[in-house]
Design a protein. Structure first.
Length: 129
C-alpha cells in the first residue's frame, strides 16, 4: 500500500464518524463507487472501502436497529427510510413470491436472505436474524 495515495484518497473522501443521515448517504455513495470497480480496486481503495464500510455499519447499528424489533420490522424500517420498494428486493430474495411472503410475514428471513439483505443495505446480517 502506498501511504501517499491513501492519504490522497482520505483527503478526497474525508471520512468521519457518521452522525447524520446525510453523512451516511454520502459514505454509501462512495462505497458504491468503490464496489463498482469490483476486483480492480487498488490496495489503497480496498483499505478505504473497509474503513467506510465500518463507519456505515457503526452508524446504522446505532440508529437503525431498534433493540426490540423483529427482523421483519428492521427490514421494513430500512425500506421505508431508504425508499426501497418490494420490487427492488425481488432479486435479493430470488423471486417475487418469496419477497412477498417475507414482507407479509408469512415466511421467515433465511440466513441466505439475511446475508443478501445485509449486502443490499450495507448493514450487518444479524439485523435480519
Amino acid at each position: 500500500m502506498d501511504p501517499t495515495r491513501y492519504k490522497r484518497l482520505l483527503s478526497q473522501t474525508m471520512p468521519v464518524v457518521i452522525e447524520t443521515e446525510e453523512e451516511n448517504e454520502r459514505m454509501l455513495k462512495i462505497i458504491e463507487k468503490l464496489m463498482d470497480k469490483g476486483e480492480n480496486l487498488t490496495p489503497e481503495e480496498e483499505k478505504l472501502l473497509k474503513l467506510l464500510t465500518k463507519l456505515v455499519e457503526d452508524f446504522e447499528e446505532r440508529y437503525y436497529r431498534p433493540r426490540d424489533a423483529s427482523p421483519l420490522e428492521v427490514l421494513q424500517h430500512l425500506m421505508e427510510s431508504r425508499e426501497v420498494k418490494q420490487t427492488h428486493l425481488w432479486e435479493v430474495f430470488g423471486s417475487k413470491g418469496i419477497a412477498s411472503e417475507v414482507l407479509n410475514g408469512k415466511r421467515e428471513i433465511s440466513k441466505t436472505h439475511a446475508r443478501a439483505l445485509a449486502d443490499y443495505f450495507h448493514v450487518p446480517a444479524d439485523l435480519f436474524i
